[in-house]
Every structure is written in structure tokens, then in C-alpha cells.
Design a protein around this ligand. Structure first.
Ligand SMILES: [Mn+2]
Length: 298
């Protein structure tokens, strides 16, 4: 629970434990469970600091997305409202606790929403979800395919390491713009559909969202969202930024179009507060969580 003194004027001085979007304090009452994993041990990035993201995103949510007037708290919600889903903030866990915590979440038919941390953490999250509900359609938002197969156990090999756990023919990547040669070969070898920022700019998000819906139709979907899929002008605080990315609104539109058809799990990874500009990337992550709640289907 967020405890804010009635006379608090400076919210930045308040120690934040929970995301502002947490609208239940009862795990059993929730539909979505937010879990932070403050770990970057498998990152090879020159920029360090993604392990600070879970707490920074929570803190910024309270500072920027919540207002206090006369001691009363009020949220700035998405235009369509927050919807009927209930979000519970589980707090932070260790990387090696994911499977155990996901058992608690998925056995109660709740949706796990992970915030990292480096992208390699998603490998365990995806495996934990698919182990319990069967092969999922993986929708992978990223600047990089993370499809390296010559090395394992790090943030650039996630997609290759979960191939056994996903339904390959209904999985896809969005925002890719800097593949390495071996990743291009792997994308071709496994026939993975990729929507590049150029194709999204050309066709528009409505047409692309319809194509995505057609590909994943009828399957359980897991969304892995590396914040570097968004252009660095909107999301500068990431560990491996790449120009020519998606506009923030386009990326979130596509994400929402998938969430509204139901998802089995999701993660938001690679926010790197050390390199952020005025916390704009942490704030985008916070807004995304409100948009997920707003689109979530019960
Ligand atoms: Mn990634």
C-alpha cells in the first residue's frame, strides 16, 4: 500500500512500494499480478542500470500519474478508463523465484505482468507460462530479434531459447531494425514473421494490428515488450538504444490491440533509468501499465 501523509507536498520524497495502478491489495481479488525482477546479471550492454527499473517505474507512476489534492489521491487514467481488471503489485522477486511465483499466479488463472531488468529474464517467464498453459504465441516487441544461437543464457538469445516453448508459426516480432547476420538467418530458418518500423510506417497500425490478430488467432498470447522497440526519442532510457524505432503511440496501439483479445502473460523490459532523460521512459512504462489495465479483458 502506498502511504502518503495527508500534508505531503513533495511526492518525490515518499518511499514508494507499489505501482500507482495497483487497485487491489488482495492477491486473491486480482486479475493481473505485477512482479518486479531487479536483475541485469545476463545483460552484455555497455549501459548498466536496468535493475533499478522496477522501483523507478513504480516511483514515477506515483509522482507523475497520481495527483494529491487536499490529502485525496486521484489517478490520471486512460481516456477509456481503467476498466474492470484488478492489478495487484506483488513487489520484487529474484530471478530464480520466477517459476515458483508464476505457479501461484497462473494456478489461480491470473495474468503475470513482469517488469525487468534485462531481457534475458523473459526466457524464464515465457517458459514458466508455457509450461502451465501449453505453447503460446510469442509477440516480441524489440529493436533486436534476440535470436542469437551461437551464445546462450543472455539477453540476445531469448527468442532462440524459448523456441521449444512457443508455437513458432503463430509467433512474431515487432519493431526489429538491427538484426545481426545470424539472427536474420534464424528468422528465415524458422520462418518468423517480422513487422519492421518501416512496414508499420507504410501500412499504418490499424492494418498491422489486423495482420497480428490473424496470425495469433485462437492462440494464447504472451507479449514480451523490450522498451527499445520504441524510438529513442520517446524512450531514451534503455540499455541498447537504436534509432528509427516505433512511435510511442503506435507501439502502445499495437500492444493494446493484442491485450484486448486476451493475453496469458506480459513483460516490460530493459528500461534503464541511469540513461533516461527526465524519467520519460519510466513514465512511458507506467502509462503502458494503465493502458494494459484499460484494455484487459476479464
Ligand atoms: Mn531485447
Amino acid at each position: 500500500m502506498i502511504t502518503i501523509p495527508d500534508n505531503a507536498l513533495d511526492k518525490s520524497s515518499v518511499a514508494v512500494k507499489k505501482i500507482c495502478w495497483a487497485n487491489t491489495e488482495d492477491f486473491n481479488d486480482s486479475n493481473i499480478v505485477l512482479v518486479g525482477v531487479p536483475d541485469e546479471s545476463q545483460s552484455h550492454a555497455l549501459r548498466k542500470g536496468t535493475s533499478a527499473a522496477p522501483d523507478r517505474i513504480r516511483e514515477i507512476s506515483v509522482i507523475r500519474d497520481m495527483y494529491i489534492r487536499n490529502g485525496e489521491k486521484s489517478l490520471g487514467v486512460p481516456f477509456s478508463g481503467l476498466g474492470h481488471c484488478k492489478l495487484y503489485d506483488y513487489g520484487n522477486i529474484e530471478r530464480d523465484e520466477i517459476d515458483e511465483v508464476y505457479e501461484k499466479i497462473i494456478s489461480k488463472s491470473k495474468i503475470p505482468l513482469l517488469i525487468g531488468g534485462d531481457h534475458s529474464i523473459s526466457t524464464q517467464a515465457i517458459k514458466s507460462v508455457s509450461k502451465r498453459i501449453g505453447p503460446i504465441s510469442l509477440v516480441y516487441f524489440d529493436a533486436h530479434p534476440d535470436f542469437v544461437s551461437s551464445t546462450t543464457g543472455y539477453y540476445g538469445s531469448v527468442f532462440h531459447e524459448v523456441l521449444q516453448d512457443i508455437d513458432i508459426k503463430t509467433s512474431l516480432q515487432i519493431g526489429i531494425r538491427t538484426p545481426e547476420q545470424e539472427e536474420l538467418e534464424n528468422l528465415k530458418k524458422f520462418n518468423i514473421k517480422v513487422f519492421t518500423p518501416m512496414e508499420i510506417a507504410e501500412k499504418g497500425v490499424k492494418e498491422i494490428s489486423e495482420s497480428i490478430a490473424e496470425i495469433v488467432k485462437g492462440n494464447k498470447v504472451y507479449i514480451s515488450f523490450d522498451m527499445d522497440c520504441v524510438d529513442p526519442s520517446f524512450a531514451p532510457g534503455v540499455s541498447v538504444p537504436v534509432p528509427l524505432g516505433l512511435r510511442n503511440v503506435d507501439a502502445v496501439y499495437l500492444m493494446k490491440s493484442i491485450v484486448k483479445n486476451g493475453i496469458a502473460g506480459m513483460d516490460i523490459m530493459e528500461v534503464c533509468p541511469n540513461y533516461d532523460i527526465k524519467d520519460r521512459t519510466s513514465h512511458l512504462a507506467s502509462r503502458m501499465i494503465s493502458e494494459i489495465l484499460s484494455s484487459c479483458r476479464l
